[in-house]
Write a protein that binds this ligand. Sequence first.
Ligand code: ZN
Length: 575
Amino acid sequence: MQKIISIVGKKAVFYILLAVPVSMPYICSADGGNSAKPKLILQITVDQLRGDLPGRYKKNMGEGGFRYLMEKGIWYANAHYSHSNTETVVGHTTLATGAIPAVHGMVANVWFDRDTGKLAYNIEDNRYHILTAGADVDKSTEVDSSQALASTDGRSPANIISSTFSDELTLYTNGGAKIFAVSVKDRGAVTLAGHTGKAFWFSKATKEFITSSYYYDQYPQWVSEWNTEKNYERYGGTAWELLLDKSTYMMAANDDAPWEADVAGFGRTFPHKYGEVSGKNFGNYLTFSPAGDELTLDFALALLESEDLGQDDITDFLAISFSTTDYVGHLFGPSSLEAEDNMLRLDRTLAKLFAAVDKKVGLNNTLIVLSADHGGPEAPGYNESFGIDSGYVSPDTWDKKPAIARLKKKFGLGRELIKKFYPPYLYLDRELIKEKGLDQGEVEKAVARELMAIKGVALAVSSTAMAKNELPDTELNRSALRNFCAKRSGDILVLFQPHYFINDYDGEIVAANHGGPWRYDSFVPIVFAGAGIEQKTIYREVNPVNIATTLAAITGTKPPSGSHGAPLQEVMDDM
Ligand SMILES: [Zn+2]
């Protein structure tokens, strides 16, 4: 049997895993090159922006947004993540660090912490609390099922094991670079700010942009002022309505598909009402619609102005993660009228952002890079409407009794072997297994075999088998191994077959859910624009890990500590 890790040494392993060229030199770094470094790096992440969506919905887009990126930038049309668990914190951290999750350690939005015996939210850190009272996640209304699991309001980047590009820029400039990240989602901002920058995110409870004591003892004055303005109030009593005439949309007929989530009060057809500002779900509804991105833009523009970014020869860094596309994708699917209209609204938001940056810094002095933390699947109902086998997986409904009986017969233990199942990982009771003198790897393999017999499960991978290098060299196993961090990953990774996924997390039911290794989940755009970049479309396969190394090469910093891969040559050629 061919092995992923053969007799080659550990260093060679990552090269094999990544399958990216490792010998490409930094041909033209800013230090050795012929042009000035950008005054500002603007790193945009669009949450759940699958690589085909901007082109698919381009017809009705205006000028200066996506069209600017398509017509002036270097567009990588075949960019894919290579790890199996394509979730938000995993992708954002990969974008920030240029590392795979096996190295940066953020293997899932939620993992089971064996020390505390509880599920842990990725950036949770009870040492650093939110600066605003009452701004914590409201568990009675929180729809972000992973965020709702956090047991405290504390947030920091401490769980990110490797350095980010933003960290390297801080070190390189001896703290001279200004580093900021903004997002509706806490994990969309904390990851990109890295360990040395400042992060702000949106509180659905107070509708303010907030931060934790990791970053500040008290808010900068401009933040307090922005929050005092209550910009969210402009949405009170209004609704998310179509930007254009309905007949002009590709998805005009897809506003009321049966698979769309029907959120109480928000509905599944236009207009989607926000309700009054005092409504208990008002903050949620803002994030389910383009309003979330518009408020993020407003706040980012106030930041750009107040912190005076990009005004001297030291390169500053501003990361913005727009979250709405993710919520819309989950609730309605990427082939809905909502998704199409959201893409047009995002296009306008980007156009405003680029215009403001042009005015403040100049686009010729600004290097823009846009990507996504993951792609996303179609809603199964949409696939099925075209005859493609697709469906939801419901572990709660699995008949587990026969499997449990077989395990009991083999090991003398049944259900008690399993400590927790939180996708994508199943966690076994390691202490019990040890206590009974059983072999951890054998138990994992037996449980994995039982899981693989279930309809919808494509692969169940034993972590001990990964650690012992016992897996055949398949692309799927490689993607699992890239996600395997011994300290955090569970004992068995469960992967569902293409077009199948869980859509029900403790009663929160969505239309579509990403998180698999398949091409629709791994597919994201990578675009570089501004700062002397000339238009090209590149079709060779690239990986988002290449972004951080490219930014490092352009600014002359050392590569982030866990990063892999060479800088993107087409970008370096233009710098
Ligand atoms: Zn995401």
